[in-house]
Design a protein around this ligand. Sequence first.
Ligand code: HEM
Length: 204
Amino acid sequence: MDPPILEQLREQTRPAHVALEAQSLLKTLLSSRLTEREYGQLLQSMSAFYQALESELVPATTALLARHPDPDYRYLPRAPLLANDIRALGCGSPDVVHPPAALRLDGSDAYLLGVLYVIEGSTQGGRYIARHLTHTLGVSEDTGASFFNIHRWDNSWMAFRHWLGRDLARHYEDDITRMIEGANTTFSTLHTHLDQWQILTDEK
Ligand code: HEM
């Protein structure tokens, strides 16, 4: 059984997760008629989102880990993986095409942990998406789908859950509301970002 803090995060963000799964770029990603161009569009939009977020997220997580060291958890930057996937597919520049809907941290540890919960947890959906990408486009972790295959070689979801549930829970149990806010804002900002990206791309 998961520690209560993780159960609360999952429960309180379930509606945002369900809504994001129905976002049309993500629905297209799971279509049996997915094209390489559509997959490339999703990678570009994810790349813009993570590039903007990680310039703040990576140093903030390093600082949090310095205050609460953990033998196993470290944050794996996603932007370089997405850039590699875009290059492997030859589907355009990994540089930002449209400005992303930016997710800003609020300076609190609890909020940051909520953001990390969403990013680390998303590797679980990645398992399913990776299988689908192999079946539809024949891409694997070396040929354009490293981002969706993180779970194969990085166990940071497991490490994060232990870190949060075991060591950090007692520090932040009074801040759970802010943690949930960080998580829900991550879901909603990504959702808005994908919606805007799609509109701007369709207009081109
Ligand atoms: C179409 C896209 C997606 C599908 C089909 C999907 C599906 C899933 C599935 C099957 C799980 C595992 C549930 C379990 O094992 O209990 C999961 C977990 C999760 N997903 Fe997604 N997902 C998608 C997109 C995303 C995105 C874009 C994010 C956030 C960036 C996200 C965040 C999470 C989180 C945080 C969890 C962990 C929940 C927990 O166990 O606490 N997912 N997802």
